[in-house]
Design a protein around this ligand. Sequence first.
Ligand code: ATP
Ligand code: MG
Length: 421
Amino acid sequence: MKIKAINGVKDILSDEIVYWQKIEKTARDIFRRFGINEIRLPILEKTELFARSIGEATDIVEKEMYTFVDKGITMRPEITASLLRAYVEHGLQVRQPIQRLFSIGPVFRHERPQKGRQRQFHQVDVEVIGAQEPQVDAELMAMGQMLLNELNLDVSLEINSLGCPECRPDFRKKLIAYLHERHDSLCDDCKRRIEKNPLRVLDCKQQGCRAMVQEAPSIVDNLCSACEEHFAAVRKQLDRLEVSYTLNRFMVRGLDYYNRTTFEFLTTDLGAQAAVAAGGRYDGLVEQLGGPKNTPGIGFAMGMERLCLLMQQQEGQQEEQGGADIFIAALGEQAIAFAAPFVHQLRKLGLQAAMDYSNRSLKAQMKQAGRLKAGFTLIIGEQELEQGRGILRNMDTQEQNEFSLQEGAAMLAEVIAPDKA
Ligand code: ATP
Ligand code: MG
């Protein structure tokens, strides 16, 4: 019986890996420009970490976590909580009061698998801890946009403010009152949410709830003056940085720790899986996890699967694995014996060199060279070997020249790939 991968997880095969590598390379380069350093974190954490940060009454904690119940351990459903746990545990603020960190890796959520929605997926996560200025919010969104632009992706940015512990309770009451009046037209989930997590109703995807939300009170219209000022400054700074955005007054995030600025980068090309990146401010979360008082923070996470899908889908994005610099077609035992150390030398010199040990026909080996997208092939038969020469074929132009084997690997590298040798 064949054993298959479990539902909702995926192998990433080599024709797709080029997209992954491009995302990581571009992200790392952008993070360097913005002075954001890497941190690597464990996948397993205490369950309590997520219950306390993401919130008990959220979909993630209520029904999506992979938890080893008997051990109190959970496979991380997101990276922010782990990163803050590490920040607090190592007292990172002592080394540098403002920490700018990123982490890349898998996260796990038990959701219904579909295109762009998996049970093991990958995030590029960025966090700036210790700064509360609105300029930081705008800088981070501008960075996200720069990254998506450099990946040639066409996405839009939506922003909102979720207020703070000053203004949210009043708003919450207002919203609960509004929802109670329309209790009957809500879906069953939202009926339950009214008391537990009313803001989530604003985010419900059901038609009935959506229609009702249009008229609902919105948090941005009910901010306290400090939050209003902060949000106005964020918007002003976005304008200065020439980042275009739209205000989505009903955007709420599925995690409880967010306050003030929240944002999402969206696409219309992935059906219901519209968000390619999302994040926001979480002032107070560090303290809640046992860290220093009044530590502000903001961050976002990009979904790598969705980025890959978009890159493949949005026009003109065809990433291909680079080909070999050279393939040595060795014919006969002696030629193979000669070619192996020659290939090894070429690799030492930095070239991608390949050969085949199975002494197949010239035709078969040329086919192999084609499959490897080799730029050149060096053909060495028994007779050529005796005469100390090979035939060097440019696979693009089909041009063939003799190459004297005594000249060695370094000379060959010089001829075929002067930039690498
Ligand atoms: P969604 O609204 O699509 O469920 P989310 O708000 O749950 O997204 P976040 O928790 O903010 O997502 O995670 C950040 C990013 O991770 C998302 O914007 C998305 O690109 C990606 N993501 C979230 N869940 C999945 C999943 N199950 N499979 C693949 N990517 C995902
Ligand atoms: Mg979700």
